[in-house]
Design a protein around this ligand. Structure first.
Ligand SMILES: Nc1ncnc2c1ncn2[C@@H]1O[C@H](COP(=O)(O)OP(=O)(O)OP(=O)(O)O)[C@@H](O)[C@H]1O
Ligand SMILES: [Mg+2]
Length: 271
C-alpha cells in the first residue's frame, strides 16, 4: 500500500542546511497498523509530511498503491501532532468534521451521515454543536480523529496524536485507534516517541535512528490481536518487546546496531 524508498529530506533556508531524514526505506501492507518510533527531532514529522505529500522529498520517493505521491493524495488522512492548531476555532465541531467531505464533493445527506457516524465512533455524538475551544484537549483530539475517519481514508497517518493528553485519555484513545483499525480495515502509519505505545498499538514497529535518520530496525509485534491496557502491558512478551525496542533506540542514539536479542532475531538492520 505504501512504499517509501530511499527517502531523503534536507531543509535549506537562509544558509542553514539541515538533513532531517537521510535514507529511509520501508513498506506498509494494506490494512496493516505500523508504528514508527524514534527520538525527538529525528524527522518523524518530516517523514509523515513527505508520505502525505505535504512536503517534497529531496531524494527518493513515496508511492501509494503503486502511484508516486506528488501532492496530498485522495484516500489519505492526517491527524497532526498539534491538534490545538488543526481544528478551526470559529467552526462548530460538526462543521470541522464535515469540511474535508465538502472538498471531496459529497452530497449533503451523505456528509451528515458520515459526520454523525464518525463522531459516534469516537464517543462525541453530543459534541457536534460545540466549538473546539469548549472541549478538553483529549476531546479535541477525538474530533481530529473523527474528521480523519469521516473522510473514509484508505491510509491514515497519525503524528504523535496523543502526546499532549493525560495518561488515562491516552489509554482510551489508543484503544480507540486499535478498535477503529480492526473494524474498518484501514492502513495506519502511527508515529510516536513512546516505546510502550508503539508496542501496544503496532502490528509492526519500525525503529528510526537519531537524525540524520535511517531505519534502525523493523520488528514484528507478535502479541495477540486482542489487546487490552491491563493484560497486554503486563504480559511477559510485551516486556521483552519493549526492552528490545528500548535497546535499539539507545543503540540508534549511539549510532550502532544493538546486539540482536531473541525478540528481534533475524530482523535487525544495523545502522
Ligand atoms: N520547516 C523546517 N525548516 C527547517 N528545518 C526543519 C523544518 N522542520 C523540521 N526541521 C528540522 O528537521 C529535523 C527533524 O524535525 P521533525 O519535526 O521532523 O522531527 P520529529 O521527529 O517529528 O520531532 P518531534 O519528536 O519533536 O516531533 C529537526 O532538526 C528540525 O529542526
Ligand atoms: Mg514531530
Amino acid at each position: 500500500m505504501l512504499d517509501v524508498r530511499g527517502l531523503k529530506k534536507v531543509y535549506e533556508s537562509s544558509g542553514r542546511r539541515i538533513e532531517a531524514v537521510r535514507d529511509l526505506t520501508f513498506t506498509v501492507e494494506a490494512g496493516e497498523l505500523v508504528c514508527l518510533v524514534g527520538p525527538s527531532g529525528c524527522g518523524k514529522t518530516t517523514l509523515l509530511k513527505c508520505v502525505g505529500g505535504l512536503l517534497a522529498p529531496t531524494a527518493g520517493q513515496v508511492a501509494l498503491a503503486g502511484r508516486t505521491v506528488a501532492g496530498p493524495p485522495p484516500g489519505m488522512a492526517f491527524v497532526f501532532q498539534e491538534y490545538g492548531r488543526s481544528l478551526f476555532p470559529w467552526m462548530r465541531v460538526g462543521r470541522n468534521v464535515e469540511l474535508p467531505l465538502k472538498q471531496k464533493g459529497l452530497g449533503k445527506d451523505r456528509r451528515r451521515e458520515l459526520v454523525a457516524d464518525a463522531l459516534e465512533s469516537v464517543g462525541l455524538a453530543d459534541a457536534a454543536g460545540a466549538y473546539p475551544w469548549q472541549l478538553s484537549g483529549g476531546m479535541q483530539q477525538r474530533v481530529a480523529i473523527a474528521r480523519a475517519l469521516a473522510y473514509e481514508p484508505e491510509v491514515l497517518l497519525m503524528d504523535e496524536p496523543f502526546a499532549a493528553v493525560d495518561a488515562q485519555t491516552r489509554a482510551d484513545l489508543e484503544d480507540l485507534v486499535r478498535r477503529l483499525w480492526r473494524e474498518r480495515g484501514i492502513t495506519v502509519l502511527f508515529v510516536t516517541h513512546d516505546i510502550d505505545e508503539a508496542v501496544y498499538l503496532g502490528e509492526r514497529v519500525i525503529v528510526l535512528s537519531a537524525s540524520p535518520t535511517v531505519v534502525q530496525e523493523q520488528l514484528k509485534v507478535d502479541l495477540p490481536a486482542e489487546r487490552d491496557q491491563l493484560h497486554t502491558r503486563v504480559a511477559p512478551r510485551f516486556a521483552e518487546l519493549r526492552t528490545h525496542v528500548y535497546a535499539q533506540i539507545q543503540a540508534a542514539k549511539r549510532g550502532t546496531a544493538a546486539m540482536v536479542d531473541r525478540a528481534g532475531e533475524g530482523t535487525s538492520k544495523g545502522a
